[in-house]
Design a protein around this ligand. Structure first.
Ligand SMILES: *[C@@H]1O[C@H](CO)[C@@H](O)[C@H](O)[C@H]1NC(C)=O
Ligand SMILES: *[C@@H]1O[C@H](CO)[C@@H](O)[C@H](O)[C@H]1NC(C)=O
Ligand SMILES: *[C@@H]1O[C@H](CO)[C@@H](O)[C@H](O)[C@H]1NC(C)=O
Length: 370
């Protein structure tokens, strides 16, 4: 889990510092205010001719771009979000954190980033970016987070630096992942490609193979019909909701020693597409299979804690068959008991009461929705 700690610490730093600088600013009034990276991001309305004026005294930093806000107490940050910008302004060399989301930028060129070699975090979410020039980010040696979600990219941008820890490309129109897109990116912990147009062909060419430290891969809401091949082995979280996946190869999950969270909600899975032992994976904690076409409860490893099977066509649940030990046996060792604590079965053909053998087997169940 080290990768997670490393990956998220700059967020915490930034949130804390952001909160501090927020407090010291003159009355918020009509100043640009989206200081929180998690705040909901509105779709841009049509651009007006000029950025709204920055109110208040001139910046104490002579290099602060006219369109942006440079907080006096946080000289490494530059806030240019919600400014009706069509272009990236020249980024001063002192900047580590660049917020330029929610604008109308349609192309990211190298020039404004010429001196910005210290950047750690760039948020370009919710613009209209169709194109990222190849030389823009490759020369930024410490770049950790790059957010390009909600734009108009058709392929994964090339030449991204190998220092990256988080790359967010969700909600674009990406259908192509060029062969070397992620090569050498062995620090990347999070790759978010959800809500794009990625089909089986785009992920078939070993594109993910170099991501040795990837923790989360999000390919939800794309057009996959098959489980993606060559998913990096060390992954913890694999999200594939809202694709058209019909089946899972027999040994698919066998080579992921850390895999704990698998989401396959809203696919086309049937009983036939789920080989008997495919979910017998001892690292798995959380399995989502809701909104598929299952008629039966699949087998799962006794260490699984959360199982989502709601909105399928399940007609029966037989605790005797699912139980890893004879249901009527007296208590075994506490640690041999199945770990299942949360089970969702609503939206199926089942009705209460919950069969006694289910209760007898899954003695740690805290909540079951039927
Ligand atoms: C980069 O720095 C040089 C030297 O300070 C300056 O002349 C130039 O305008 C800067 N370029 C940008 C894009 O900020
Ligand atoms: C599941 O895997 C465990 C080892 O993790 C093994 O002991 C058990 O027999 C398997 N169960 C089934 C039903 O294959
Ligand atoms: C559950 O499965 C066991 C073993 O296959 C069988 O003997 C039993 O009748 C089943 N229970 C129900 C309610 O169908």
């Amino acid at each position: 889990m080290k990768a997670i700690g490393v990956g998220y610490s700059p967020v915490l730093v930034l949130l804390v510092l952001g909160a501090v600088c927020g407090q010291r600013r003159p009355k918020p009034g009509r100043m640009p205010s989206a200081r929180r990276p998690t705040a909901p991001q509105p779709e841009p309305k049509e651009p007006t001719d000029f950025p709204p004026p920055i109110l208040g005294p001139p910046s104490i930093f002579p290099d602060c771009p006219r369109e942006c806000f440079c907080p006096p107490s946080f000289p490494e940050a530059l806030y240019c979000e919600n400014r009706n910008l069509r272009q990236v302004p020249a980024i001063p060399s002192r900047i580590h954190y660049l917020y330029i989301q929610n604008n109308y930028i349609d192309e990211v060129t190298a020039e404004p980033f010429q001196n910005a070699t210290e950047l750690r975090w760039v948020n370009l979410d919710n613009n209209r970016i169709r194109k990222v020039d190849r030389q823009v980010f490759e020369k930024i040696p410490h770049l950790l987070f790059l957010y390009l979600g909600r734009n108009s990219l058709k392929e994964v941008p090339g030449d991204l630096p190998s220092s990256l820890e988080q790359l967010r490309l969700s909600r674009n129109q990406i259908s192509k992942i060029p062969a070397n897109s992620f090569s050498k990116m062995d620090h990347l912990a999070l790759l978010d490609l959800h809500h794009n147009r990625i089909g089986d062909g785009a992920v078939s060419k070993n594109v993910f193979k170099d991501l040795k430290n990837l923790v989360q891969l999000n390919l939800a809401h794309n057009t996959l019909k098959k489980m993606p091949g060559n998913v990096p082995q060390n992954i913890y979280q694999l999200f594939l909701d809202r694709n058209n996946i019909e089946d899972i190869p027999k040994d698919y999950f066998q080579n992921f020693p850390n895999l704990a969270f698998v989401r396959l909600n809203y696919n086309q899975l049937t009983d036939k597409g789920i080989p008997k032992k495919v979910f017998n994976v001892s690292s798995l904690l959380d399995l989502h299979l809701s909104h598929n076409k299952l008629n039966n409860v699949p087998n799962f490893n006794h260490r699984l804690e959360h199982l989502y099977l709601n909105n399928n066509n399940i007609e029966r649940i037989n605790g005797t068959e699912l139980c890893p030990f004879p249901v009527m046996s007296p208590v075994l060792n506490e640690e041999d008991l199945p770990r299942l604590s949360y089970l969702r079965l609503d939206g199926n053909q089942l009705s209460p009461p919950i069969p006694m053998d289910v209760i007898m087997c899954f003695r740690r169940l805290k909540s079951i929705v039927i």
